[in-house]
Design a protein around this ligand. Structure first.
Ligand code: PAF
Length: 283
């Protein structure tokens, strides 16, 4: 497994592979790997000749009061896990290499960041869109894979790929859950024992919503109220949003008829957790 620490080394590596007609799949990450990351690598492995993982905690996507400085990290372990998953190169740049002095450009989408997490994290998606655009230009992948837990991020990346004419196939990886249902996240490492139990309120809410909808409930507000009351029974929870929306545009819907996205963000203690489900009332 090759480790490339600068964008020029990474680009040279990719150019050489492309010259040899190799296809490249990129899994962008911020490290501290769990099974969710590994599943994205495993998904990519059979689809390409070269599997690249980028590992960069992107300061541009953290707000001033967010967890940039405490974001968990274990690079040695990440490299061992990546190698085991069959990764052929890890792109491990530092901050200065990605954002040199006098860096000035931002990629901002018009509509998709107005909803869900974007409402509460005003700088987040411009930071994500900018770094992902840079990663696409540096690594030049044929395929890039993103987890569906960050559903809004995935939609934003699909849109920017289309808008900016990247010749890259964007693929989604399923949400990977712990045995008890908690969606895997590097941020789960922050949770105390009590908070870990409260964190289950998210996945349990999704199940509760599915049950209510399967029982014929079509009113999003009614389901939302039930979920809200349910989450509030868990200690240290603070709901940021519960949203039923159109899975493509992310706009709120007022009746649960076709495919809908239910997306939830809850602060458990200081840890912000998200989860979501695509629900089809016909099924
Ligand atoms: O999902 C993430 O880990 C990050 O937002 C990403 C896509 C690697 C960009 O920094």
């Amino acid at each position: 497994m090759d480790i490339l620490k600068t964008k020029s080394d990474m680009r040279e590596w990719s150019k050489k592979k492309k010259k040899d007609s190799k296809t490249i799949c990129l899994v962008p990450t911020m490290g501290y790997f769990h099974q969710g990351h590994i599943s994205l690598m495993e998904k990519g492995k059979p689809l390409c000749d070269e599997l690249v993982v980028s590992l960069f905690v992107n300061p541009a996507q953290f707000g001033p009061n967010e967890d940039l400085n405490s974001y968990p990290s274990n690079i040695e372990n990440d490299l061992a896990l990546a190698e085991k998953a069959g990764v052929t190169a890890v792109f491990l740049p530092d901050k200065k290499n990605i954002y040199p002095e006098n860096f000035q450009t931002q990629i901002k989408l018009q509509d998709l960041p107005k909803f869900l997490c974007g409402k509460f994290r005003p700088v987040h998606f411009a930071g994500v869109a900018t770094v992902v655009t840079k990663l696409f230009n540096i690594v030049m992948p044929d395929i890039a894979i993103f987890g569906q837990k960050d559903y809004q991020q995935l939609q934003i990346i699909k849109q920017l790929t289309l808008d900016l004419d990247f010749d890259i196939k964007i693929m989604a990886g399923d949400i990977i859950r712990e045995k008890d249902g908690l969606a895997m996240s590097s941020r789960n490492a922050y949770l105390s024992k009590v908070q870990r139990t409260s964190a289950l309120s998210l996945s349990k809410s999704l199940n509760l919503a599915k049950e209510l909808i399967a029982g014929g409930e079509k009113n999003p507000a009614a389901v939302k109220n039930r979920i809200e009351a349910f989450i509030c029974t868990f200690p240290e929870t603070n709901i940021e949003y519960i949203s039923f929306c159109n899975p493509k545009t992310l706009e709120n819907i007022d009746s649960i008829e076709n495919h809908v996205l239910l997306a939830i963000a809850v602060k458990v203690g200081k840890t912000r957790l998200i989860d979501n489900a695509l629900i089809n009332p016909a099924q």
